[in-house]
Design a binder for this molecule. Structure first.
Ligand code: RUG
Length: 794
């Protein structure tokens, strides 16, 4: 006899198989089973979802509106089942119906509505807001095609193809055809008294799709509302009747372009009109939705900041400032300055980067063409700021461009960086002048990760060991992991911890063998670098060190080397030539090194294609060493670094982003530090020969670069990687060469530490025990207190 919940769940699955999928059990495919389970679980989410909505309406509570171009949510089924406490019941129910639960979970497409850290942070925040009972809506775009699918050509180059997660029905969402707004572009502005009337010359319909986000233990659920673009008049019947079948569907095709693809880039401003339209599209629809909800509860617009907290995730929704001013001033008659101040009291802005190419700037001509009224309002906002702060130097408009970072700053009551170091750099560099004028505005909110997905879900073995040792309750009170410390002093716990890691590694080794045909030694150190490819993240520093190591092992194969499996994962933006060259090089180094019989047992390089959230969930629990090797001052925070540390991997890293906090938390003795500090990097660049000197100083680096230049990894063709090696020799902005020797030395310290396996395990377990502060629950509590002024409702 199955336990009751499993029985009830089985009945619910059968009902959905029959009535939602139109299948009986005998004919149900894996897809049918997954959809039926998804819908049965979704039913369970609806009740707490309604309850949460009712509670926040009744309390007339302030709500958070998290505006983000990206929500990298990945798969949802396993998370929802886990948060509802139904994992065992679902397992039994599915097995009882003749299917394998793991296969059913793995059938779900990975919803890649984001590029990397910024989008995954938004997804972790949704989980934490629901867990904490913080009334919130996530607002974004329902992209038809998420981040591109990556494969590697026979020559090792990255190939991109369209991702199509919506080809199958998205079982979690509720379409809301009755919640739709017309979003206009272009047109003319006419003066009308004190305000203005904007008449766009074209418009699309933003249609809402809601996905409930259930928190831990099913106590609260918020809504992720994604906007899909459609034509207002979907079909041109006259064209159809005259035989122009393609032309008849043209309005729909054109409108849908706006929500068709996620821009495959997280650091550079694409400069495309479509991108600006996407940004305005989802921001404007969200603001209208927010004001509509507010109007149902309150008629006094001066109360808006007491009910509405709008978080702009990066500058992508920065147009929210002028658009909210327009809605309040032009459409609701609020006096201009009051409208600006009211909007500012609602808005806050998170900065995620200092890279100049990633701080969006729009040509004034483009802004005027696409959003003529907003351009006028931006000029007035800039002028008002100048009038109020006559000593200001930083302007919103400069050189014929609108600087969206400055606009966001001026229109936000709080601006936050995402790690301690990053926030100090935000103050001292990009927003230095604005910080001088508004010294209270910039605050730090170090990023976090949800322990539900990144420990409980991704690493069930470690989770079970933790629960056996300190009891449950750590899932939403992660600081409790500190209670593990006394146990870590015992050999029994360390053995159990080491066994968990060994089993996770054995699973990964099996997957690598099956998926890639590469046999890896599960007893070797699994050394992992997974993240977007970018020169500042320095995957090329890692591969140069691998080449140097390979050489030394070849020369002295019987020496006491620590065997390593070097694992890479990540995509490069399709237009980012240098990042794609690094991918190309890694694949070819892997080809050559993996074929070398002399070094085979000591060094293997593995690079599975199409890295995504699901792959991260597989790799992180099996990692021994986490590579966080960015040029100091360039990685705003990082969140992968936190996931590794929580899962008991040791970090080799620079003093960059949240590495600084991680090192303080876990203890300097449990972290392998190398490289220049952010200040030293700046000083190093003062010497135009820094890279040449570093190469001349380091025989190993010289040999590694020369080996690439000799054609060893390019079938004898010395020209293949010329751009890459020339860049290192003559430019090297990201100081790969200057940090190389320090990186090499730190890697040898890692080797030494690895030889004392029991002590390694102790260090790894201490990383887990001391990572509680990295929970996104901590981050969200801090946003609630310092930015949103919202109290939890559970
Ligand atoms: O590069 C940053 C990461 O350091 C950070 O951890 C993450 C979340 O805050 O955001 C990343 N990011 C920055 N993604 N896009 C940008 C530039 O717009």
């Amino acid at each position: 006899m199955l336990p009751m919940t499993a029985n009830a769940l089985r009945d619910a699955i059968l009902k959905h198989l029959e009535y939602s999928q139109g299948k009986d059990l005998a004919n149900a495919s894996l897809y049918d089973m997954r959809m039926a389970l998804t819908l049965a679980i979704r039913d369970k989410v609806v009740e707490p979802w309604f309850r949460a909505n009712r509670a926040s309406y009744q309390a007339q509570s302030k709500r958070v509106y998290y505006l983000s171009m990206e929500f990298l949510i990945g798969r949802l089924l396993e998370d929802a089942v886990m948060n509802l406490g139904l994992t065992e019941a679902a397992h039994e129910a599915v097995a009882g119906l003749g299917h394998n639960f793991r296969d059913v979970l793995d059938d779900e497409p990975d919803a890649a509505l984001g590029n990397g850290g910024l989008g995954r942070l938004a997804a972790c925040f949704l989980d934490s807001m629901s867990t904490l009972g913080c009334p919130a809506y996530g607002y974004g775009i329902r992209y038809e095609h998420g981040l591109f699918r990556q494969s590697f050509g026979p020559d090792g180059r990255q190939l991109e193809s369209a991702e199509d997660w919506l080809r199958q029905r998205h079982g979690w969402e509720f379409a809301r055809p009755d919640t739709a707004f017309q979003i206009g572009f272009g047109g003319i502005v006419a003066e009308s008294g004190r305000a203005a009337v904007w008449t766009p010359d074209n418009a699309v319909l933003a249609k809402a799709y809601d996905t409930p986000v259930i928190g831990w233990q099913g106590k609260w659920a918020n809504t992720l509302r994604l906007w899909g673009a459609e034509a207002i008049d979907a079909f041109d019947l006259d064209a159809f009747n005259s035989g122009d079948f393609t032309g008849a569907a043209a309005p729909e095709a054109l409108a849908r372009t706006i929500s068709r693809v996620l821009y495959p880039d997280d650091t550079t401003d694409q400069g495309k009109e479509l991108r600006l339209k996407q940004e305005f599209f989802f921001t404007a629809a969200s603001l209208r939705d927010i004001l509509r909800r507010f109007a149902r509860e309150c008629s006094d617009l001066s109360q808006l900041p007491n009910r509405v907290a709008i978080q702009m995730n990066d500058t992508h929704p920065a147009i929210a400032g002028p658009e909210l001013v327009r809605l309040l001033h032009d459409e609701r008659g609020m006096e201009f300055e009051t409208a600006v101040d009211t909007a500012r009291a609602c808005l806050a802005y998170t900065n995620h980067t200092l890279l100049p190419e990633a701080l969006e700037r729009w040509p004034e001509a483009l802004m005027t063409r696409v959003l003529p009224r907003h351009m006028q309002l931006i000029e007035r906002i800039d002028a008002l700021h100048a009038q109020r702060h006559p000593t200001r130097q930083a302007t919103i408009l400069e050189g014929g461009e609108v600087k969206m970072g400055e606009l966001s700053f001026v229109m936000a009551h709080k601006v936050n960086g995402v790690s301690a170091l990053h926030t100090e750099l935000v103050k001292s560099t990009v927003f230095n002048d604005l910080h001088r004028l508004h010294p209270e505005r910039i605050i730090n909110q170090t990023n976090g990760i949800t322990p539900r997905r990144w420990l409980k879900g991704a690493n069930p073995r470690l989770s079970a060991l933790i629960t056996d040792t300190i009891g449950s309750g750590w899932e939403d009170d992660l600081e409790r992991l500190r209670d593990l410390e006394p146990a870590i002093a015992t050999p029994e716990f360390r053995d159990a911890f080491a066994q968990v890691k060994a089993r996770n590694k054995s699973d990964l080794a099996q997957w690598i063998g099956q998926d890639m045909g590469i046999k890896v030694n599960p007893d070797a150190m699994f050394d992992v670098q997974i993240k977007r490819f970018h020169e500042y993240k320095r995957q090329h520093l890692n591969i140069l060190e691998i080449i140097a190591l390979w050489q030394e092992i070849r020369e002295n194969p019987t020496a006491n080397w620590a065997p390593r499996v070097k694992i890479f994962g990540g995509k490069a933006a399709p237009g980012y030539v240098m990042a794609k060259e690094i991918i190309h090089l890694i694949n070819n180094v892997a080809r050559v090194i993996n074929a070398d019989k002399l070094t085979r047992d000591l060094l293997t390089v593995v690079y599975p294609p199409n890295y995504n959230v699901t792959m991260a969930e597989r790799l992180i629990p099996a990692a021994d060493l986490s590579e966080q090797i960015s040029t100091a001052g360039k990685e705003a925070s990082g969140t992968g670094n936190m996931k590794f540390s929580l899962n008991g991997a040791l970090t080799i890293g620079t003093l960059d982003g949240a590495n600084v906090e991680i090192r303080e938390l876990v203890g300097a003795e449990n972290f392998f530090l190398f490289g220049m500090t952010a200040d030293e990097v700046v000083a190093c660049r003062q010497d135009p020969a820094h890279m040449a000197k570093a190469i001349a100083r380091s025989q190993r680096l010289t040999r590694a670069i020369e080996l690439i230049e000799s054609g060893t990894f390019s079938h004898g063709d010395p020209s293949t990687y010329r751009d890459l090696t020339q860049n290192l020799r003559t430019h090297d902005y990201f100081t790969v060469c200057a940090d190389f020797d320090s990186f090499w030395d730190a890697q040898r310290q890692v080797d030494q530490a690895w030889f004392d396996r029991d002590n390694w395990t102790r260090m790894a377990a201490l990383n887990t025990a001391r990572s509680g502060w990295l929970s996104s629950d901590r981050t969200i509590k801090s946003y609630m207190q310092d930015i949103w002024s919202i109290a939890p409702m559970i």
